[in-house]
Design a binder for this molecule. Structure first.
Ligand code: NAD
Length: 327
């Protein structure tokens, strides 16, 4: 993915989280200056520990709900990669106020700070949850439904604010609608853990993973390296048609939850053959879950020249190897 030799200063908000720490790692390895702003609400110090001795890395421990902190963080920055947010649909159903404060007010603070600091571009983590109750498949960027959760509302509001900041203040923005991202460093623990790391951890412990529903819901699970590629392309594109818009950020294929578990068992059984005998338990359907999710990535291919490198099964193999060696 060698695009340019220029060195930039990049701020990754939420840089101690799953996606953020992978972005920090990637851009540090390419020799850029990277600043991480995080309050460790859901992120972990161990995710950024290896970067702390890198002179090109700076950590600002702070909260995006504080405008002064955001201003301090974006000072002298070329690109903002805004990842900080409270993820998880169930979390937002249990506590919509905090999700709104972080995901909407915090987002607005970052936009204001980025506008005033005259950054080159503001790239942010949007979400496939914005498709809401739309049943059309594959999802194309222009056709969305009504949101199905407070979280989905916050992520859609992000897009609306970004568009207004582009039109009103000339701030260049690009939103990346992530589809069920997975890979190294995604947190397997906690009530709001994502399904793949949670299931990997259960299987390694020979505990039955619990699928909500009959396992026939499907997802466009997206390996982290495809997401990194999209962030880099969004950052560096010089195509004026490619900015001030949103992109599906996915592989562009889908698997059911049942297929995902079967593949997990197959890959983990290489390390521990007992895992092939662990059975799945089926539980009740979860509120706010959409039945099927599949992205069209044609827009990203056309305007950003996106070429996803990892299919679901290739990514899952990488993730399983990482978890086996790191859990
Ligand atoms: P994560 O929880 O691992 O990372 C989020 C990071 O933001 C954490 O390090 C957390 O401590 C930090 N943070 C939270 N509140 C903060 C605050 N008030 N101030 C500063 N930092 C704060 O989650 P992730 O999976 O890496 O998600 C990153 C982004 O991608 C989020 O915006 C999320 O909504 C979005 N997203 C993720 C997925 C996915 O599948 N993982 C899908 C769609 C969208």
């Amino acid at each position: 993915m060698e695009i340019t030799n220029q060195k930039f200063t990049i701020i990754v908000t939420g840089g101690a989280g799953f996606i953020g720490s992978n972005l920090c790692n990637y851009f540090l390895e390419k020799g850029h200056q990277v600043c991480c702003l995080d309050n460790f609400a859901t992120g972990h110090r161990h995710n950024i520990e290896p970067f702390l001795k890198n002179p090109h890395f700076k950590l600002i421990e702070g909260d995006i709900r504080n405008l002064d902190t955001c201003r301090l963080a974006v000072n002298g920055v070329d690109y903002v990669l805004h990842q900080a947010a409270l993820g998880s649909v169930p979390r937002s159903i249990n506590d919509p106020i905090t999700s709104n404060e972080v995901n909407v007010s915090g987002f607005l603070n970052m936009l204001v700070a980025a506008r005033d600091a005259q950054v080159k571009r503001f790239i942010y983590a949007a979400s496939s949850s914005t498709y809401g109750d739309s049943e059309s498949l594959p999802k194309v960027e222009e056709i969305i439904g009504k949101p199905l959760s407070p979280y989905a509302i916050t992520k859609y509001v992000n897009e609306l604010y970004a568009e207004i900041f582009s039109k009103t203040y000339g701030l260049e923005t690009i939103g990346l609608r992530y589809f069920n991202v997975f890979g190294r460093r995604q947190d397997p623990d906690g009530a709001y853990a994502a399904v793949i790391p949670k299931f990997v951890k259960s299987l390694i412990k020979h505990e039955s993973p619990v699928i909500n529903g009959d396992g026939l819901f499907s997802r466009d699970f997206t390996y982290i390296d495809n997401v990194i590629q999209m962030n880099e392309l969004a950052m560096l594109t010089e195509n004026p048609e490619a900015v001030n818009t949103v992109y599906n950020t996915a592989y562009g294929d889908r698997v059911t939850l049942n297929q995902m578990v079967a593949l997990l068992k197959e890959y983990l059984s290489v390390y521990d053959s007992e895992i092939s005998h662990v059975e799945v338990i089926y539980g009740p359907q979860r509120a706010g879950d959409i039945p099927h999710s599949l992205a069209s990535v044609e827009k990203a291919k056309r305007l950003l020249h996106y070429q996803p490198q990892f299919s679901f099964s290739q990514g899952l193999k990488e993730a399983v190897d990482w978890y086996w060696n790191n859990l």
